[in-house]
Design a protein around this ligand. Structure first.
Ligand code: ZN
Length: 471
């Protein structure tokens, strides 16, 4: 497949897609309805007014038959070109934007493909002003990039602007980049140093890094914003407004998104391997994907020394508050809320209905980590779980189920955790007493005051246990 993309001054992208059909007859042409990282239908096809198809100079019949599906009639074994416009005005990390000083494209939003061609090679040519600079994990030059699969293209956002900040460094076998647009003050030495420290720590913690190149992409936007999307070879982070010091948000978000290179890009729930872009895919392990990543993303900040013990405890308290003070009484189990992310996982939900796969998921991850640390005096931790997940599922490109995850954690724990799963994951029972007990073993005092506010204090004389927790 060959795509040509031209931004227009009216806010649209003009797109041509060419492919060589290998049979005559009816073809189904599709557009993704959602994107990995946000498990919710977004129906990108609402941004396409119409498609026009041609075989040579002759028009081909193409008819829309569902919201993101067109039927194309192929009468010759000659290249087919499909031409359309895409309204690119979604200014977030997962959208696409055409502006006078910016071109940002998530190909998953806007590139149609023939049914079952997700694994075919693609070339994309993007027509941006010759004097602009770019940031992307795609390889190629002068706006032309080739990938082995459509899947890789739609996992690689593209950013172009008159000036793009760029800094690169090597960690182990991987070349890392911090690239992006916005005031130079946001691309500080302090931020670069923090990313270097976080990347070095995560790579040594997991043993190696799944990819050779990785790009932290950053867009400091005019509006108040906080959004990030994970990809296999990059993350896109959008923060604003420019007057705000985004450093703390950027280290937390960068650490979280980087760990997704393992936890979801490589180690993936079975239902998501491979991604089916055109329908909702339910999985009851969204809390493994987002909860462990949320918990570890912050833990890495403390463990790598980017933040102090006190700052880490404040971070941990922040996450615990987001569960206990907001969702502590919610009716759903983590399993139900995992399936329901497609329904109401991101915006508002009914009062008292859902728990967050991020924050209750992070609480479960903390619970697993502390159970292991307690039983094995810190000789085992979440690290053993994630390294084994990488060995059993990530490296082998095998998807895991909830039962697989349970069994693997129990293997590391060397005993059944049936009661733990039932209480923490499969029910909506209160967990205050359990977490109070577990946190004591790392020198932390967790308690709720009379107003229902929760607190987390470092116990004096427990410095050795606290130190052990961050290792
Ligand atoms: Zn995440």
């Amino acid at each position: 497949m060959k795509y040509t993309i031209k931004p227009s001054a009216d806010g649209f992208l003009t797109i041509d897609m060419e492919f060589m059909p290998n049979r005559i007859g009816t073809w189904e042409i599709l557009l993704p309805t959602w994107r990995p990282g946000r498990y919710q239908s977004q129906h990108f096809a609402k941004n396409i007014p119409s498609l026009h198809a041609f075989s040579g100079a002759r028009a081909c019949a193409i008819q829309k038959i569902a919201s993101s599906l067109w039927q194309l009639s192929v009468t010759d074994l000659a290249p087919v070109r499909i031409s359309y416009r895409y309204w690119a005005q979604q200014a977030d990390a997962g959208g696409s934007v055409v502006a006078t000083d910016l071109l940002y494209i998530n190909f998953i939003n806007c590139l149609i493909f023939p049914k079952a061609w997700e694994n075919k090679a693609c070339t994309v040519h993007i027509d941006y002003p010759a004097n602009w600079q770019t940031a992307t994990s795609l390889s190629g030059k002068a706006g032309t990039y080739s990938v082995k699969k459509y899947r890789e293209l739609v996992d690689s956002p593209f950013l172009a602007a008159p000036t793009v900040f760029s800094h690169a460094w090597k960690e182990g076998k991987t070349k890392f980049f911090l690239e992006g647009i916005g005031p130079a003050t946001h691309f500080s030495k302090k931020l670069i140093q923090a990313y270097q420290q976080i990347a070095a720590y995560q790579v040594q913690w997991m043993g190696d890094f799944p990819v050779k190149y990785y790009h932290f992409l950053l867009w400091i936007c005019p509006k108040p914003y906080y959004h990030g999307v994970e990809h296999t070879q990059s993350t896109m982070m959008v923060m604003g407004p420019p007057e705000r010091d985004c450093y703390e948000d950027l280290i937390g978000l960068g650490s979280h998104e980087l760990f997704h290179v393992w936890n979801v890009a490589t180690i993936r729930p079975k239902a998501l391997l491979p991604y089916v872009y055109t329908k909702e895919v339910y999985f009851d392990t969204a809390w493994v994907v987002e909860g462990i990543t949320t918990y570890l993303g912050d833990w890495f900040l403390g463990a790598s020394g980017v933040i102090s013990w006190e700052e880490y405890v404040a971070c941990l308290l922040g996450n615990l508050k987001l569960h206990f003070e907001r969702d502590g009484q919610s009716e759903q189990s983590l399993l139900d809320s995992s399936v329901d992310i497609w329904l109401d996982g991101y915006g508002a939900a009914l009062p008292g209905k859902r728990v967050s796969i991020y924050y209750k998921g992070a609480l479960v991850a903390l619970g697993i980590d502390l159970l292991l640390r307690q039983k094995f005096s810190h000789a085992k931790s979440m690290r053993d779980v994630m390294r084994l997940m990488q060995a059993r599922y990530g490296y082998l490109k095998r998807g895991y189920t909830r039962a697989d995850f349970y069994a693997l954690v129990e293997e590391v724990y060397e005993d059944s955790l049936a009661d733990f799963w039932q209480k923490w994951v499969e029910s909506a029972q209160p967990l205050e007493d359990d977490i109070t007990e577990l946190l004591r073993c790392v020198g932390l005092h967790f308690y709720q005051d009379q107003e229902g506010q929760i607190h987390l204090d470092s116990l004096s004389g427990s410095e050795a246990r606290q130190h052990a927790f961050l290792r």
